[in-house]
Design a protein around this ligand. Structure first.
Ligand code: HEC
Length: 128
């Protein structure tokens, strides 16, 4: 398991300095960015890549968020963010309910995902 996590981290660090920036934010002042696009850039694209195309390397697979049918229901990505699973880190302690809602709404309406509904902070709170 540790080896797998290290592999994910290697991918993240090599592929983008954005993740390094966000790690600093997390330790210091919490995440200041509020909008979905900004949150995606700071926290997600280091692993899931620009455009949400995902990544593969060093035995690690980071799923594409692009055209991903699992984003059809907002609960799934929101729960995944809050609690993490597998190689996906948990963002529950780092982000407010509103921040989780905005990044979930962002990925569900970008990268060839066409959700017509949104999730709000109150619904995120219920999933904590
Ligand atoms: C350190 C790398 C990393 C970061 C940063 C990261 N993810 Fe992930 N994410 C993963 C991995 C790895 C998985 C697959 C986990 C598994 O299947 O075990 C995953 C899975 C997911 C899934 C489920 C996809 C599916 O098809 O089941 C969603 C949704 C998701 N991530 C969204 C996000 C969002 C939004 C962010 C930013 C807030 C983010 N991730 C940040 C590595 C990362």
């Amino acid at each position: 398991m540790l080896k797998v996590l290290a592999a994910f981290f290697a991918v993240a660090v090599v592929s983008s300095s954005a993740w390094a920036d966000s790690a600093t934010n997390i330790k210091g002042r919490g995440v200041q960015v509020q909008d979905g696009a900004g949150l995606y850039q700071h926290l997600c694209q280091g692993c899931h890549m620009p455009g949400g195309v995902g990544a593969r390397g060093a035995g690690a697979v980071i799923p594409a968020l692009r055209a991903n049918p699992k984003l059809g229901n907002a609960t799934y990505p929101a729960y995944t963010l809050l609690h993490g699973f597998g190689g996906m880190p948990s963002f529950g302690k780092m982000l407010t309910d509103a921040q989780v809602a905005s990044v979930v709404n962002y990925v569900r309406t970008h990268f060839d995902n066409h959700a017509t509904d949104t999730i709000d902070a109150a619904a995120v709170k219920e999933l904590r």
